[in-house]
Design a protein around this ligand. Sequence first.
Ligand SMILES: [Zn+2]
Ligand SMILES: [Zn+2]
Length: 304
Amino acid sequence: MKKLGAVVLAILVLGGLGYYIAILQMSDVDETLYSIDIDKVRALATSIEGPLPTKINTEAPVGIEFPGAAVITGWSWSPHKLPIYAYQVMYPDGHIMIDAAMNEEQADLGGGASFFDAESYGRMTAALGSARKIVFTHEHYDHTGGAVAHPDAVELLKNQIVLTDLQLAYPENWLGIGFPEDALDEYEPLSYDGMMALAPGIVLVEAAGHTPGSQIVYVRRADGQEYFFIGDVAWTYAGIDQVRTRPNLVSRGLLGEDRARTHAQVAELKALEAENPTLAIIVGHDAPRTGNQIASGLLGNQFE
Ligand SMILES: [Zn+2]
Ligand SMILES: [Zn+2]
């Protein structure tokens, strides 16, 4: 009996340790892993001549739901809503899209959509079609799916879609939802070192971590308002505010993230925001925060 007691105790201890590592463990931030030179970003933002963006619209045509414990290390298991946003950067004479959400079938791959708004998805599809450029915060299908599933996907890829070499380097990250391979054969991805200007007022800043192809999209509006579109560096703003990442089980186990670098990124974003309080950090899947940013006029609530 004594032996059985010891075995049970060992199982409980190991189980507890496993749970702790999988769900609760957070290390200290290694700040040497990531930094953004904001002065350099600002200089690049005006390095391409032309009028700056006047307005940025957003909509989430689709949403999913995860347990909170999967979203942020240390959160409860109760369900947490994750709407899937895309963004339209308006210029006086056209627009650029950041991300493309996904459709209802694609959402089934990750457990199904918690909502799908066909009218909103239709507006996004039209906005993708007429965009001057389409750029992605990263290669995951909840950010690229709407472009992949677009009726003119191959034409978009030829003329408007800007994918980086790192976004295409690891096809497994597309989880089977990608552009036709023969169309990609002729595609020349963007390659840059650290950061590059994409268009007047828009700068791409490398942010490998969540995925190898992750990048932060900086936008400067004509009135001086600045934005960081961070995609999935954190799924909700609390990740930045609390300087916490996804738990090991999700981060390392399911997503294959560089969790330490993602941790350094949320710390850097928090520090940049403290130094630049008007800088608007736009998070990929945070309904209350995005709702507030719409209410305050930082974002418009419908694609045009
Ligand atoms: Zn992602
Ligand atoms: Zn995402």
